[in-house]
Design a protein around this ligand. Structure first.
Ligand SMILES: [Cu+2]
Length: 157
């Protein structure tokens, strides 16, 4: 419990939560830079619920974006691509992807998806309510047990 509490405190600090507690959903665009052989940016950090959009137009070369384990795939390499992939809640992790025709030229990228964290207040309430409730239950059963055994001793039953 102590470990859980300290973890949630650390996470709360690093998350930008707004009033309602829900972090705003974002769209992050990955395109191709002027070298024609690099994603730009090649590494992004997002939060669950965010969308990554692979978007380029009028490229000299045809590109695609394929995740190493097939999580997403923009399809055949094209000079014009507009492909979006949403990372749903529960998909936190690291995703490496490549441009298939230019993988050997190191046209690769990485998407880091952080877990979606509830707001600081909600997290604290969850922490408090669970141990509080079980403490009351424990106390109630102890008192009941004591009364019952006392009655049995006195022969009141
Ligand atoms: Cu490419």
């Amino acid at each position: 419990m102590l470990l859980l509490f300290s973890e949630s405190t650390i996470f709360s600090v690093s998350v930008i939560s707004e009033g309602g507690g829900r972090v705003a959903l974002e769209e992050v665009i990955i395109t191709v830079d002027s070298t024609n052989l690099q994603f730009s940016p090649s590494e992004v950090t997002i939060t669950e619920g965010d969308t990554v959009r692979f978007f380029w137009q009028g490229q000299l070369l045809a590109h695609n974006a394929v995740e190493n384990n097939g999580v997403f795939d923009s399809g055949n390499p094209e000079r014009d691509v507009d492909y979006s992939f949403k990372f749903e809640v529960g998909t936190n992790g690291t995703y490496d992807f490549v441009c298939e025709p230019h993988e050997s030229a190191n046209m690769v990228g990485k998407i880091i998806v952080n877990p979606l964290i509830v707001s600081e207040e909600e997290a604290e309430e969850e922490e408090k309510s669970v141990p509080g409730f079980s403490a009351i239950l424990l106390l109630t059963s102890l008192i009941t047990g004591a009364i019952v055994s006392r009655r049995v001793e006195n022969g009141n039953f």
